[in-house]
Structure formats: C-alpha cells, structure tokens
Design a protein around this ligand. Structure first.
Ligand code: GDP
Length: 299
C-alpha cells in the first residue's frame, strides 16, 4: 500500500492541492462545489463520479464550513464505491495446460514489462510459464521479451522481425501444450495508428490459436498507460471491440497525476481490473485493491 500511495502521490497531490485551496476557511456553497467539481473532472475521475461527490457533500453539509479532510474522506468513499465492483484477481484455471493469456495494448503502454512481471510472479508461485514474442513488428519488443525471459528463467518463443505473429502464437501454444505448461502469455503488436490492420491481426492470432485449443485465449489483458489520461478511454473502447478484453492492467501509476482515469474507466466499462504497475522493476506490479487505490488517490 505504501508503494501505491507513493506512486499515486502526484494524482492525489493534484487533487489534494485543489481541495485544500478551495476549502481553506470557506463554506460549502454553489461556488466552492463548482470549483471542487472542476478539480475532480480535471483529475480525470469522470463527470459521473465528480457529480456524485459534490452532490453527496451538498446534501449533508451545504452552507456549513467543511474541512479538506472531510472532503477527501467523501472522495475516498465515492471512489471506492466505483472501484470495488471491478477489483478482481486474475484467476488462472489450473486445469488448463496452458491457461493462455493474450496481452494487448498500444505500443509503449507496458505490455512487455507487465508480461515480465507476471512471469516472475507465476514462477515464484511454482507455475511453469512460457512466453511468445508476438509483437513481431518491433525488434526492440522481441529483444525486451527475451531479456525478461532470461531474467525470470522462462522460455520465450521468438522469431525474426516481420514473422507471422499468428503462426508464432500457434507454435507457442502447441509447444506449451506438449510440455504441459501452466501459463502461456502472448505479447502482441499495438499499432493503434492502423485500426483495421490491428483488428485483422488480433483476430487472426485468436483464430489460429483456437485451432490448437478452441477455448483459448482464456484471458485477454488490456494494458493501459495511466499517463495517457483520457486517451485510455478510447483504447478500452477500441480493444474491447477488437480483442474481447476480459480484464485490465493499468501501468505507470507512479509519477503521474492522472491516476484518476481508472475511476472513469471503471464507471464507463465495468471491466475487471486485475493489476496496477507502479514502476519498472520486477516487483512493481500489485494486485488491484479498490480501497487502497481510493485512499491513495484521495491523499
Ligand atoms: P510495450 O510497448 O507495451 O510492450 O511497453 P513496454 O513494456 O516496452 O514499456 C514501455 C516503457 O514503459 C518501458 O520503458 C517500461 O520500463 C516502462 N514501464 C512499464 N510499466 C511501467 C510502470 O508501471 N511504471 C513505470 N514508471 N514505467 C513503466
């Protein structure tokens, strides 16, 4: 929790400074409520949550002096209400050999890093893991996944740049199956610039791995970069339609003032949130906990 709190300190700092500025020796009236609503919307929390918070304050405390601590308390409670229903662990089906996790998201969102962190976590739990370097467009992505594989002691199936991603995914699943592995994580390309191509490629990967296992992929994780703010809403929309996303991971919550976007995403899409990334190293992935997140963001 301390790490998450430190990570979200810029988000909570931006909100907190706004709240303190508004409520230092001031009453709760139309003007202060409107200012508060602006601060919350600017922090990417979304209009619905911002309104819920100001309405609740207005209902109980209108015309009275309120402290910033009281406002932060209401903020934390309302944020937790939105996030609690979506907080869900990523459950691996132990009967599946392997449980196939397709990892999607735009380039730079943190897919490869998240796969590396998860590989380390699953290894530590005693599971047998394999990775497939399915972002065959970028040499750097392939190399980076190999580095994570070496670091975590997990085999990586990789091919040269330009190879067919679906073919690679097919071979990876065939091999993981033959070896009785518990988890196969497949990295993918994330060129959102060309939506039609991206869609076609993801569909092909899914179609082809289903020839090996008709129930795969068992999880489709969308990795979102918190620093992109409002843009993340659009990414959930596009990948949700294209890839049949089953759950979210939000990265880079350390060092951004835009952690509030997760609240807006939860409100709008109701997709499960499994993990949050709070740094670049292997341990910087935490299971998503609604109360901790809400308390961290309220400061
Ligand atoms: P991909 O293109 O989606 O595979 O993204 P990468 O995994 O290559 O990540 C892009 C950059 O973001 C890299 O420099 C990562 O080290 C960094 N990164 C990933 N996750 C986090 C995180 O939670 N916090 C921070 N600060 N950086 C991250």
């Amino acid at each position: 929790f301390q790490k998450l709190k430190a990570g979200l300190s810029r988000s909570s700092g931006a909100i907190g400074t706004g709240i303190v500025a508004i409520f230092t020796k001031r009453k709760l009236d139309d003007e202060t409520l409107e200012e508060l609503e602006d601060v919350l919307i600017q922090a990417d929390l979304g209009v619905a949550t911002a309104t819920a918070i100001t309405k609740r304050l207005a209902a109980g405390r209108y015309g009275k002096d309120v402290t910033d601590a009281e406002v932060k308390g209401v903020l934390a409670e309302e944020v937790e209400k939105v996030l609690a229903p979506v907080a869900a662990p990523l459950v691996l089906d132990g009967a599946l050999k392997p449980h196939v996790i397709l990892v999607v998201g735009v380039n730079g969102s943190g897919k490869t890093t998240t796969i590396g962190k998860l590989a380390a976590k699953y290894r530590a739990e005693g599971r047998s893991v394999m990775l497939a370097a399915g972002d065959t467009f970028r040499a750097a992505a392939i190399d980076q996944l190999k580095v994570w594989g070496e670091r975590t002691g997990v085999p990586v199936l990789a091919r040269p740049v330009g190879s067919d991603a679906a073919g690679l995914a097919f071979d990876a699943l065939t091999e993981a199956r033959a070896e009785g592995r518990d988890v196969l994580m497949i990295d993918t390309a994330g060129r959102l610039q060309n939506k039609a191509e991206l869609m076609a490629e993801l569909e092909k990967v899914v179609r082809v791995i289903r020839k090996v296992d008709p129930t795969a992929p068992h999880s489709v994780l969308l990795v979102l970069d918190a620093t992109t703010g409002q843009n993340a809403l659009n990414q959930v929309d596009v990948f949700g339609k294209t890839a049949g996303v089953t759950g979210l991971v939000m990265t880079k919550l350390d060092g951004t003032a835009r952690g509030g976007i997760l609240v807006a995403i939860a409100q709008k899409f109701g997709l499960p949130v499994h993990f949050v990334g709070v740094g670049e190293s292997v341990d910087d992935l935490e299971p998503f906990a609604a109360r901790d997140f809400a308390r961290a963001i309220a400061g």
